[in-house]
Design a protein around this ligand. Structure first.
Ligand code: AMP
Ligand code: MN
Ligand code: MN
Ligand code: MN
Length: 293
């Protein structure tokens, strides 16, 4: 059994967040300002299949002299047994040629899928979705969240939850089965880029306990290094169960808000703590996850 008390909440680590270069709402500059304001000491920016937010975030930290360590990260969309599984890479080298060419391919998959999503919506008499989504993505990674915003703006639904349910989730009008790489390929790309691979939000894939255990075992067998154990919104039971799985498979533990935009229940650094007994990723890999002074 894992210990039920937090190891420590200071320094505060938030190792999963998004900016406008994928489907986050804030610019990299606004994100690091918010993180510092919220007393986060170490922040990882982990946009979907792109590292384009890292350089502007680094510049903003210098410009504003923020007391914030930045971890270069990415969240890679992968396929496992027909499920879309996200693998976060932490401490990656943003100049790595194998990693950047791998991410370039992911971006091409994203663009191809966006074209297919738009074609399917067009058949349902919704026109202009490709231009709309690309314009909202503004040169960054185009995601289903951009299609969702386009559809809401055009009065097709009232909320993100509703628009995904109605148009963008599996089996719906605007759903296109994605061509993501395998988990093994994601882990390899992250390792080639000098980073560590983290299984993102394991509790959010809608898997039964049996399948979740299988996923974690497969991820560990592929050379995965860590798994997210703590998020902002999570039952105590889920956290302790995930901690137990991390221990069983020898994975380090990570934590992150998965912040996309300001909202009442998810925010940078909010309610993030690891239960005792697990090994935090910043303890196991101190040279990769920047340490606050
Ligand atoms: P993609 O990676 O292009 O398939 O887009 C998935 C993104 O859409 C996720 O990273 C979430 O940010 C967002 N998303 C997925 N499902 C939902 C949902 N039900 N409600 C709101 N946002 C969602
Ligand atoms: Mn997202
Ligand atoms: Mn994710
Ligand atoms: Mn995310």
């Amino acid at each position: 059994m894992t210990d039920l008390v937090p190891v420590s909440t200071f320094p505060l680590y938030d190792l999963h967040s998004h900016t406008r270069v994928s489907d986050g709402q804030l610019t990299p500059e606004a994100l690091v300002l918010r993180a510092a304001e919220r007393q986060v000491s170490v922040l990882a920016i982990t946009d979907h299949d792109t590292i384009a937010g890292i350089a502007p975030a680094r510049l903003a930290i210098i410009k504003h002299q923020l007391p914030l360590c930045l971890v270069a990260g990415v969240e890679i969309s992968s396929l496992w047994d027909n499920h879309e599984i996200h693998i976060v890479g932490l401490g990656v080298d943003t100049d790595s040629v194998p990693l950047t060419s791998f991410l370039q391919r992911q971006m091409e998959f994203r663009f191809d899928r966006a074209r297919q999503i738009a074609l399917r919506l067009e058949k349902a008499h919704i026109t202009g979705a490709l231009e709309g989504a690309l314009s909202l993505a503004a040169g960054g990674a185009v995601t289903r969240a951009h299609f969702a915003r386009f559809l809401i703006e055009h009065g097709k639904a009232d909320s993100m939850a509703q628009v995904f349910k109605k148009y963008l989730s599996r089996g719906k009008t605007g759903y296109v089965p994605p061509q993501w790489c395998t988990i093994a390929e994601s882990v390899e790309a992250i390792h080639l880029g000098g980073g560590r691979a983290v299984l993102a939000h394991p509790g959010r894939y809608g898997l039964s306990a049996k399948w979740l255990k299988r996923l974690i075992a497969d991820f560990a067998a592929c050379g995965g290094d860590a798994m997210e154990v703590a998020q902002c919104q999570q039952s105590f039971n889920e956290k302790t169960q995930l901690a137990q799985y991390a221990l069983t498979h020898g994975l380090a533990a990570s934590q992150g808000s998965d912040f996309h935009q300001p909202c009442a229940w998810i925010d940078l650094g909010k309610k993030l703590w690891l239960p005792g007994g697990v090994e935090a990723i910043w303890i196991r890999y101190p040279h990769l996850i920047a340490q606050p002074l």
